[in-house]
Design a protein. Structure first.
Length: 233
């Protein structure tokens, strides 16, 4: 615990922990996407997967607590680091040199994700809350889960909602942009970088971000084509 407190007392330490929690969350995204791909296999496979996950409530609760802790830690550190960076600058620079590229980038650029990691993170947080309210906590205002509804049918029903579909598509696109920079930045924060393979890490990050974004976005389109397979409307 003392090592963690000591690490969080410095800017470098905060970035190290933020990078570490970020990579752990990337691992969760891979596992979550892999499980949800069973939607394509069919109702039986997906329902069996979901029921297996919930057959051990104590273990599931423990995993959820760890995930919530990772998310909260990552978010709070992002807020703190952003605040410290702004205080250190004293004013916004018109030109900001990227840590990943040799060429400078304007902070107003709508394309390069490094210029708006904080904003993209806030949008992803909103997307995450919507997802939890609908699928996990079942507290969404206009959704009522029918008694005995199977997980596959539930997923199809929720993703057929127009508001949800829009939020999910925008959310996963922004998530992809966040990961595009965040993946490589996490390695740099952990000190795992070298000119020989920095470019490879960057492109692996781009590929990873693309797979995650396209993978999760595809479920929205699948749900629109699959009402007859599991109780959509």
């Amino acid at each position: 615990m003392s090592l963690l407190v000591k690490a969080l007392s410095s800017s470098v330490g905060k970035k190290f922990v933020m990078g570490f929690t970020g990579l752990l969350l990337c691992g969760f995204l891979v596992a979550h996407l892999a499980g949800n791909l069973l939607l394509y296999v069919g109702p039986d496979a997906y329902n069996k997967y979901a029921h297996t996950l919930h057959s051990q409530p104590a273990i599931l609760f423990g995993v959820e607590i760890v995930l919530y802790a990772l998310f909260v830690t990552h978010i709070l550190l992002a807020l703190r680091v952003t605040q410290e960076n702004r205080s250190a600058r004293g004013h916004a620079y018109a030109i900001k040199k990227s840590k990943l590229d040799a060429a400078p980038h304007t902070t107003s650029s709508p394309v390069h994700p490094e210029a708006w990691m904080f904003t993209s993170g806030a949008i992803v947080l909103f997307f995450l809350l919507v997802h939890l309210l609908q699928f996990t906590w079942e507290k969404w205002p206009w959704f009522t889960t029918p008694t005995g509804e199977e997980p596959f049918a539930k997923a199809i029903r929720i993703l057929n909602d127009n508001f949800t579909a829009g939020v999910y598509l925008i959310g996963v696109i922004i998530l992809g942009i966040h990961l595009w920079h965040g993946f490589a930045s996490a390695f740099q924060s952990l000190g795992i970088t070298h000119p020989k393979y920095a470019a490879a890490i960057k492109w692996i990050g781009v590929l990873f971000a693309t797979v995650i974004a396209v993978g999760f976005a595809s479920f929205v389109f699948f749900a629109r084509m699959a009402p007859g397979m599991g109780g959509g409307h």
